[in-house]
Design a protein around this ligand. Structure first.
Ligand SMILES: C[S@@+](CC[C@H](N)C(=O)[O-])C[C@H]1O[C@@H](n2cnc3c(N)ncnc32)[C@H](O)[C@@H]1O
Length: 237
């Protein structure tokens, strides 16, 4: 996933307000933090949009499983530590005051075991008194199987259209994305991507965060996705 989309990802999510989201995340972190440092790790950082704002007040690091998304992030954030890695298993050998995982990057994991491994890994990379902030995938109650969603973007050089259709089998969600990318002078390219995800109720996600040794809370007023935020606080030293 995201490999072919990476060069157009920023165009496609063009209307998402990363600046105000980052501001909200920062003030949330400042309220919750019991550690003194200013180190922020964004897992599933994608093209580095949140990091580009968070780096004004924090020393930022990013991890992502997609080489192509990281390539875009590196162009945006020269000099920033950006690491290719899987959220279940990366090891940075350092700790952070904030570990975030945003825009439902966690929703790409396919089993409870994988989610538990990712949460344990977030906890491992948190300093005492630090906080994990996770924007979950859609709640099972709210997932609309059969729904068709259209997103478009147009600029003088590129036109992007994404049509998505969703289906569900038990706790497993599938979203099929069809992309049309038109570039002036290059015609129109079409490709598809399939996102497989796991629909876990908030209560279960909170249990898994607690199993990772964090004090777990849910904030229903989260970011633009409307999916709320899971918070995991690590005990101070
Ligand atoms: C919807 S994008 C969100 C990117 C970014 N957080 C944002 O807000 O724009 C999901 C990102 O999660 C990454 N991702 C998916 N599975 C991952 C995994 N197991 N480990 C690390 N990153 C992963 C993808 O490569 C992609 O960049």
């Amino acid at each position: 996933m995201f490999h072919r989309l990476a060069p157009y990802y920023d165009d496609l999510v063009g209307s998402k307000d990363y600046r105000s989201e980052s501001r909200a995340l920062e003030s949330l972190a400042r309220r919750l933090l019991r550690s003194r440092g200013r180190r922020w790790l964004d897992v599933g950082c994608g093209t580095g949009r949140h990091l580009s704002f968070l780096r004004r007040h924090f020393t930022v690091t990013g991890v992502d499983a997609s080489r192509e998304m990281l390539r875009v992030a590196r162009g945006r954030l020269p000099g920033t530590r950006l690491v290719l890695g899987d959220m279940r298993s990366f090891r940075l050998g350092s700790t952070f005051d904030v570990v975030s995982c945003l825009f439902s990057a966690i929703g790409h994991l396919r089993s409870e075991r994988d989610v538990a491994a990712a949460f344990a890994n977030f906890a491992r990379h948190l300093a005492p008194g630090g906080v994990a902030i996770v924007e979950p995938w859609i709640d099972p109650e709210e997932f609309r199987a059969g729904y068709v969603h259209l997103l478009t973007h147009r600029s003088p050089s590129v036109t992007v259209a994404r049509m998505a259709s969703s289906s569900r089998r038990g706790r497993r969600s599938t979203v099929r994305y069809h992309y049309l990318i038109g570039r002036t002078g290059h015609g129109v390219e079409h490709f598809e991507e399939v996102a497989l995800g796991l629909l876990l109720p908030r209560g279960r996600l909170l249990e898994l965060l607690a199993d990772a040794g964090l004090t777990a809370r849910f904030l229903s007023r989260g970011l633009a996705s409307g999916r709320g935020l899971l918070l995991g606080l690590k005990a101070p030293a």
